[in-house]
Design a protein around this ligand. Structure first.
Ligand code: AR6
Length: 170
């Protein structure tokens, strides 16, 4: 059984075996949680991202996939970078968003991670409506077959926290 916990705060301040980054396919950093992780984690993470671009992901990491690097100065062993879909009003990309959670947990299993912290993927720059994103995230984690013991959703503000809380029993 995987326990789901909710925390309101900054994901770069939490302690976990693996911290998930809402990256973009370039793997070369950006704003939002991606920028915060690279800032606090230090340049070692970006160095490994660049190496991944040069070796396995010359065309970028596809949307819905995940890949791990070291975690630099963060209080974690690994950062798992995943690329959420940009929200579309015309196309249902829910499965790609769910895939970010599934693939991140699959990568976590490969590493032997037992605790994983997720941000609310795609709900910032990529504009996914928070309540819908929370439903997809919680469902994907609940349905995942994983050896991860604890998944913590780290929500940046009260609105995000409330949206995720509404998806869990009291
Ligand atoms: N800790 C936890 N959550 C955070 C933090 C933080 N330090 N900072 C922001 N959030 P976003 P996306 C929340 O934009 O929508 C980047 O430029 C934020 O409030 O970080 O998947 C990448 O390089 C929001 O709820 O990621 C990509 O280009 C959630 O994290 C693009 O943005 C996700 O917001 C990815 O966009």
């Amino acid at each position: 059984m995987t326990t789901i916990t909710l925390v309101q705060g900054d994901i770069t301040r939490v302690s976990a075996d693996a911290i998930v980054n809402a990256a973009n396919s370039s793997l070369l950093g950006g704003g939002g949680v991606d920028g915060a992780i690279h800032r606090r984690g230090g340049p070692a993470i970006l160095r490994e991202c660049r190496a991944l671009r040069a070796s396995r992901y010359g065309k970028g990491l596809p949307t819905g996939r995940a890949v791990a690097t070291i975690a630099g100065d963060l209080d974690a062993r690994w950062v798992i970078h995943t690329v959420g879909p940009v929200y579309s009003e015309t196309e249902d990309q829910s499965d790609l968003l769910a895939s970010c959670y599934r693939e991140s947990l699959r990568v976590a299993d490969g590493l032997g991670a037992r605790t994983v912290a997720f941000p609310a993927i795609s709900t910032g720059v990529f504009r996914w409506p928070m309540t819908d994103a929370a439903r997809i995230a919680v469902t994907a984690v609940r349905e995942a077959e994983t050896a991860v013991r604890e998944v913590g959703f780290v929500l940046f503000d009260e609105r995000a926290y409330a949206a995720f809380a509404s998806q869990l029993p009291d």
